[in-house]
Design a protein around this ligand. Structure first.
Ligand code: SF4
Length: 353
């Protein structure tokens, strides 16, 4: 097992004591949840994050995909349908399906068919596509609209042409034209239409003046302008001992699947170095509750974020996790011997990274 996820959590008693002191109710909840896990309860994922394409046409400075060692590829339509069927029949209560991963989803010309199939198999789920927009031409825009997709989120990351090209390695002229034309298409649509979000991850190349220009340009055009935090890709700097940390929500709600069926904890693990299993060979809920995932959940519930190494400096265990636990609950199957109905999450899971 990668990262030595064995043995008892480090200084668990002391960390749990600190948590009780500062966040008493939440600490008790975590202790109760740990007890339920030890009694055999299983966690049901509520979000399916499915990488349909591994490999990108962009060269973003903040993304490690160009140096990534794991194999690149694309999910075929048949394998996608098999994965969707297996998840739909597994008992997972999927509320959100997101397409991002380590590739550009619109390189896949069958993406609209995949989204349409997901809407068929998961009629209550919201389907989100994260794209760099460079391939969002008129035909793809129309097909995505017809697919029933709920959110198209375009990662643009700059406003000025020279910054855009240096940041993304793509043509700013083409991307801006694509996204503005897609916005016009949505505006002219009388029926249901997806939300259009645009996002900018801050980099050293884009100063705060330019961030302001970006926000002013897109605010009247998009449904939301998002400035997400930078991802550390599993290499975040050590977090100080006095910083309150909380169990990462990804471990409790997101079934993150690579294009080859491998399940991993989150997108920080871009090399898939902490595999939970593979949904093409195993039941998806079994994979989500494998021994590695169970140990990670128990360790974090006890305040130990040291293993695997990708978690040790991860900002997802700070505010995002605290806010989630304050407003939501994971979905558990009943404890062994317990007849209670499963708990439902308090609100839909947020979009994947
Ligand atoms: S703590 Fe961070 S690195 Fe660890 S599973 Fe959660 S999101 Fe991934």
């Amino acid at each position: 097992m990668a990262d030595g996820l064995t043995g008892e959590p480090v200084n668990a008693a002391q960390r749990f004591g600190d948590m009780v002191e500062r966040f008493g109710d939440m600490a008790q909840r975590f202790a109760d949840l740990a007890e339920r896990l030890r009694s055999g309860a299983r966690v049901l994922p509520t979000q399916l994050a499915l990488e349909t394409v591994c490999g990108c046409n962009a060269r973003c400075v903040m993304c490690p995909s160009q140096g990534m060692r794991r194999p690149k590829g694309m999910l075929t339509l048949a394998t996608h349908h098999l994965m969707a069927d297996r998840v739909a029949e597994s008992g997972a209560a999927i509320e959100i399906i997101s397409h991002a991963g380590m590739g550009e989803p619109l390189r896949d010309k069958t993406l609209p068919e995949k989204v349409a199939y997901e809407k068929l198999r998961f009629p209550a789920a919201s389907v989100m596509v994260f794209t760099n927009g460079s391939l969002l031409d008129a035909e793809m825009g129309r097909r995505l609209l017809d697919s029933g997709v709920d959110v198209v989120s375009v990662s643009i990351n700059a406003f000025r042409p020279e910054t855009y090209t240096a940041t993304m390695g793509l043509s700013r002229e083409r991307t801006y034209a694509n996204v503005e034309a897609f916005r016009d298409l949505l505006a002219s649509t009388s029926g249901p239409r997806p939300r259009l979000n645009v996002s900018l991850v801050r980099t050293e190349l884009c100063g705060e003046d330019e961030v302001g220009e970006f926000v002013r340009h897109w605010t009247p055009l998009a449904d939301a302008v998002v400035l997400p935090p930078t991802i550390a890709w599993g290499s975040g700097p050590a977090l100080g001992g006095g910083v309150p940390r909380f169990p990462c929500l990804y471990l409790w709600k997101v079934l993150m699947v690579d294009f080859d069926g491998t399940v991993k904890p989150c997108c920080e693990d871009y090399e898939s170095s902490v595999p939970f299993g593979n949904i093409l060979q195993q039941d998806p809920v079994d994979v989500f509750n494998c021994e590695t995932a169970r140990r990670m959940r128990l360790a974090q519930l006890a305040g130990d974020f040291s293993r695997p190494g990708i978690c040790s400096g991860c900002v997802e265990t700070l505010e995002p996790a605290r806010e989630w636990w304050e407003s939501a609950s994971p979905l558990l199957e009943p404890n062994v011997g317990e007849a209670a109905a499963p708990e439902r999450s308090g609100r839909p899971a947020a979009a994947g990274k």
